[in-house]
Write a protein of this length. Structure first.
Length: 481
């Protein structure tokens, strides 16, 4: 009995537990159109979880236009409790794309329902063109705003078999690809006569019309070089985030990729007036230093003649033995910016800094909402300090993207002039920057010599003249991926 027949026979004996992913598009679809191919990915446990399977469906070969919707069956296997993360990328070319280069993307995080076949709809909506949501977010098709991808669960419905046939019929068709239980083995897409690009050996590709069954093991290991561009907090940047399909990581060594996304910037309430009002911000992807710039790194810039020496004196780390891995401090805004520019980087904007510190879930501190204790380098929470701390000393206080000392150690210079916030939660601004001029530059992150929990909150804003140099102030750099 063949695989398809066996699947059909099994469906007669017991209820099927599976999802049918329905991919449709509001955009012109087909050869030479706005969207010419779709990359569909399924992962377990979210965007950073193990890759279950990936398929790139090309819209026809030799001018043929494949019909929509695309229906893809996802079998549950033995794990019904763990949600699956599903992503559909609408690509401007015929051979697939990555999340960084897609024309439009849609995602869902959903759970199986035992004994039921449920339908998950992913619409490549015109309102979502160019919207870069975080990898655990979806784009709301009516507003184009980013929201939690788990919201898709509210829209899951029983599969009716519309536009094609029931999943049993899909399984039974001889012209439908059924992937046996084995890990994805190849690194590069292979193309068969069907006009379908698949990450499976070419001799296993058969003609296909509306759907495939993604039935590789749920615990299949992630592949390097796949279409994901997410970076988990406990890993380095993944190769595929480069967006060009090449083997090079998207960020230079020592920097982390901060994926594109939307967040609510600012602090509600009355405790910290400069951090109000809360307002929506969208950011394209960028890289940021994992740590504050160290004395050792800055000393190399001075040695090469690209930087000038920091200040010396009380609490300054420059020329102090044993502090080579402490953040460089006693440095003004212009010195900080010159160092970043010598690396082909820039000081982060306020929005970039806050997003890198908080992520998308609105947390108060880099580690979450728990009151600070021993997570940062500061003198609160019963801590005793007489100087800054070596970078990477506080692994329990890292940000959602794996950045150290986004609270405490030293205040960090940002690119922006200080000015009141504008906007509100009903809209968002793409890649905002501060005003063109002012009298003081914004500092973020709080210093080692504070005991105030407010000052080290990720939303807190401080500012001072750009010529200020002190033992409580340093910086880190941002970089285009």
């Amino acid at each position: 009995m063949g695989w398809a027949a066996a699947a059909l026979a099994a469906s007669c004996e017991q209820p099927r537990t599976e999802l049918v992913v329905r991919v449709d598009s509001e955009l012109a679809w087909g050869p030479g159109q706005r969207v010419q191919s779709v990359v569909l990915s399924v992962r377990r446990e979210g965007a950073a979880g193990p890759l279950r399977d990936v398929r790139t469906t090309v819209l026809g070969a030799d001018g043929e236009r494949r019909p929509l919707p695309l229906l893809v069956g996802v079998n549950a296997g033995i794990d019904l409790q763990t949600p699956v993360w599903i992503e559909a990328l609408g690509c401007g070319g015929p051979n697939g794309c990555t999340a960084a280069t897609a024309v439009v993307a849609q995602r869902a995080v959903v759970r199986f329902t035992r004994g039921e076949t449920q339908e998950v709809s992913l619409l490549l909506a015109s309102a979502c063109v160019g919207v870069r949501c975080a990898r655990e977010q979806r784009c709301a098709v009516d507003s184009g705003r980013c929201e939690a991808a788990t919201r898709a669960q509210e829209m899951v419905r029983p599969f009716s078999g519309s536009d094609a046939a029931t999943v049993a019929v899909i399984d039974a068709r001889e012209d439908v690809q059924v992937i046996a239980d084995q890990p994805v083995a190849t690194d590069a897409p292979m193309r068969g006569d069907s006009g379908i690009d698949m990450d499976v050996p070419a001799d296993r590709i058969e003609p296909m019309d509306h759907g495939v069954v993604l039935d590789a093991p749920m615990d299949a290991a992630p592949r390097d070089g796949g279409p994901a561009d997410v970076v988990a907090p406990d890993t380095g940047p993944m190769d595929s985030g480069s967006g060009d399909g090449g083997p090079h990581p998207p960020c230079p060594a020592g920097l982390r990729l901060i994926p594109a996304g939307m967040f609510l910037m600012g602090e509600p309430g009355s405790d910290d007036a400069p951090a109000q009002p809360v307002h929506g911000v969208r950011l394209t992807a960028f890289c940021m230093d994992e740590t504050e710039v160290t004395v050792s790194a800055y000393a190399e810039c001075v040695r090469l003649g690209a930087c000038t020496s920091p200040g010396t004196g009380t609490f300054c780390n420059w020329m102090i033995p044993g502090r080579e891995q402490h953040p460089v401090n006693c440095i003004d805004w212009n010195q900080a910016r010159s160092y970043c520019q010598s690396r082909g980087s820039e000081l982060p904007t306020e929005a970039q800094w806050e997003y890198a510190a908080r992520g998308t879930d609105g947390r108060a501190y880099p580690w979450g909402n728990d009151a600070p204790s021993s997570q940062p380098c500061w003198i609160g929470g019963g801590q005793t300090r007489t100087s800054t701390c070596a970078t990477r000393s506080f692994s329990s206080g890292v940000s959602p993207f794996g950045l150290f000392d986004m609270a405490g150690n030293v205040f960090e210079w940002t690119l922006d002039w200080m000015a009141p916030y504008t906007g509100d939660v009903s809209s968002s601004v793409m890649n905002p920057v501060g005003p063109a001029g002012g009298t003081s530059r914004v500092l973020r992150g709080g210093p080692w010599n504070t005991a105030s929990a407010i000052i080290i909150r990720s939303t807190h804003r401080d500012s001072i003249t750009p010529t200020y140099r002190s033992g409580d102030t340093g910086f880190r750099c941002a970089h285009a991926p």
